[in-house]
Design a binder for this molecule. Structure first.
Ligand code: FE2
Length: 294
């Protein structure tokens, strides 16, 4: 459980670094499972999609848009050549795996839905917490790309806002291998204006296809020295308020930076049907009710 000081710090700063949230044994177990997931990934037949959060890149393809309730693999930018072939070994080419590890992978399911997490989300004030958008993010040595400045509620918009990031360090995270950087207190100064939404587009054969795009908001203009780095050890949980402006650096070092992350939204809030992540849900279920209760 968080102390009153920790809760106050989270409310004030918009993020909270919690060292030793999970044990070295758990960390090793999750790391081993992450490597197994990657090892068992069969590259053949993959649509060679790539994922980026940069504004310019069009990432709307079916493989990505239907990954909300599956375990799928997304490559680093630059890992695939013009012919759709991997330029590097698959273990170094995959940027992330998502977005339903919390449902479909027994190890990550158990970890995500453990009592310690359930207690914590209630301490943060969630009445009907729902899990979604779980990811393994591999910042592989030398090739791990940076994540541009963003706010998590841009991707998981609810009314009222409720998205909260849970970010678990499976390895030590440093400025060398791509740790997080935060703009303190930005959850109070930077309203979420940008959205990452589904959009109907015209396909190459003039048919209508579903893609994604960013809408609203200006480019984030944040001086480099306004960010604070959040270096941390394996076993650390970092809580990220959905409106907090943050980013992570590239990994040009010789050490990987494996992270497991998921998001929690309030089930009583309205989940926006324009959000990129949509899952079918059971009959009669709507909005946030489709997502895993914790
Ligand atoms: Fe984020």
């Amino acid at each position: 459980m968080l102390s009153a000081e920790q809760l106050e710090q989270y409310e004030r700063e918009g993020f909270l670094v919690i060292p030793n949230f999970f044990s070295a044994e758990q960390s090793q177990l999750l790391l081993k499972e992450a490597k197994k997931v990657l090892d068992e990934f069969d590259v053949s037949g993959h649509p060679m999609t790539k994922f980026t959060t940069s504004r310019e890149e069009h990432v709307g393809d079916d493989y990505f848009l239907t990954s909300g309730d599956k375990i799928r693999f997304f490559f680093e930018e630059g890992a695939i050549d013009a012919y759709g072939k991997l330029k590097v070994d698959k273990a170094r080419a995959v940027n992330k795996v998502g977005h339903a590890l919390h449902e479909l992978n027994p190890t990550f399911q158990a970890f995500s839905q453990q009592g310690q997490v359930a207690n914590l989300v209630r301490q943060l004030g969630f009445k009907d917490p729902r899990l979604l958008q779980s990811m393994l993010i591999f910042k592989q040595p030398y090739i791990g790309g940076p994540v541009p400045i963003h706010q998590d509620s841009t991707f998981l918009y609810t009314e009222p806002l409720s998205a909260t990031g849970f970010w678990f360090a499976l390895e030590d995270c440093t400025t060398q291998n791509g740790c997080l950087y935060f703009l303190p207190k930005s959850h109070k100064t930077h309203p979420v204006q940008r959205r990452f939404v589904r959009v109907e587009k015209q396909g190459p054969d003039m048919s209508t296809v579903t893609g994604t795009t960013f809408v609203g908001g200006d480019e984030y203009k944040v001086p480099e020295d306004a960010f604070v780095k959040a270096e941390c050890k394996a076993g650390t949980l970092v809580l990220i308020h959905g409106s907090t402006v943050h980013k992570s650096g590239p990994n040009y070092s010789d050490k990987s930076r494996y992270v497991y992350t998921f998001h929690v939204i309030e089930g009583e809030a309205t989940y926006d049907d324009k959000n990129w992540l949509q899952i079918p849900g059971a009959a009669g279920e709507k909005g946030s009710a489709r997502f895993t209760r914790i």
